[in-house]
Design a protein around this ligand. Structure first.
Ligand code: ADP
Ligand code: MG
Length: 236
């Protein structure tokens, strides 16, 4: 019964026999992965095992040497760079270890810009950005520039930006990797809350705490191959 319920959920990510070769180096070596709506999946493995490469394939930021990547029903291999950029803006949110905020824009504009790039008016974009910053406890930091924010605040601004266009999929690459433990905890709470409200998540990390706190499924990666998958107990 449970299985029927799970299999009824929409497939958000499907990787079929994905290989990625950088010169002599094999970064991905035949990866199969399926993520359904509402899943929160953590990919774990040692440095250099291909985690970021995998995430970049799903985001369409890089192309497989062979194999196919489907996201939200779209085969990314059929899109050109412009199509990929549009697809990413509409359907994918991303957060990174080092936040990747624009230094010369205040928090509010960093967040609002994500919607403006999809054609939403500045006024509407700012309205939603303010709402999101409020949800993430950052309303009073709206006018602060990234340099004036703590690491944890920067990452929460980055999460707000990633959520602006209500993405089908939120990708996170080592989102706590550059944070002190207290800020890391806040970001883990936030990702856990997002999982709780049904946001589909793919997190890559080498931090087991992040995986167990925020994900329902663990995928182990070693030398570009999936070496294990397991279900994680819900966080208390
Ligand atoms: P992880 O994120 O797990 O640390 P990566 O996906 O960054 O691992 O890297 C996997 C392997 O692919 C490593 O051996 C790395 O050196 C190599 N690699 C990644 N990106 C590139 C690139 N742009 N050019 C050449 N080699 C790369
Ligand atoms: Mg990496």
């Amino acid at each position: 019964m449970t299985t029927d319920h799970i299999s009824a959920r929409q497939v958000v990510v499907r990787l079929n026999d994905v290989h990625k070769q950088y010169g002599e180096a094999k970064a991905l070596d035949g990866v199969e992965l399926e993520i359904r709506a509402g899943d929160a999946v953590a990919v774990m493995g040692p440095s250099g095992c291909g985690k970021s490469t995998l995430l970049n394939m799903v985001a369409g930021l890089d192309h497989p040497t062979s194999g196919t990547v489907q996201v939200h029903g779209q085969d990314l291999g059929t899109l050109n760079e412009t199509g990929l950029a549009l697809f990413r803006r509409r359907h994918i949110g991303m957060i990174f270890q080092f936040f990747n905020l624009l230094d010369d824009l205040p928090a509010l504009d960093n967040v609002a810009l994500a919607a403006q790039l999809t054609g939403v008016s500045a006024g509407r974009a700012r309205g939603r950005a303010l709402e999101l910053l409020g949800d993430l406890g950052l309303a009073d930091r709206r006018d602060a520039y990234p340099a004036q924010l703590s690491g944890g605040e920067r990452q929460r601004v980055a999460v707000a930006r990633a959520l602006m266009n209500r993405p089908a999929l939120l990708l996170a690459d080592e989102p706590t990797g550059a944070l002190d433990s207290r800020s890391g905890e806040q970001v883990m709470d936030l990702l856990n809350d997002l999982h709780g409200i049904g946001q589909t998540l793919l997190i890559v990390t080498h931090d087991p705490r992040l995986a167990t706190r925020c994900a329902g499924r663990l995928v182990e990666l070693a030398d570009g191959r999936v070496t294990g998958q397991s279900t994680l107990e819900p966080a208390v």
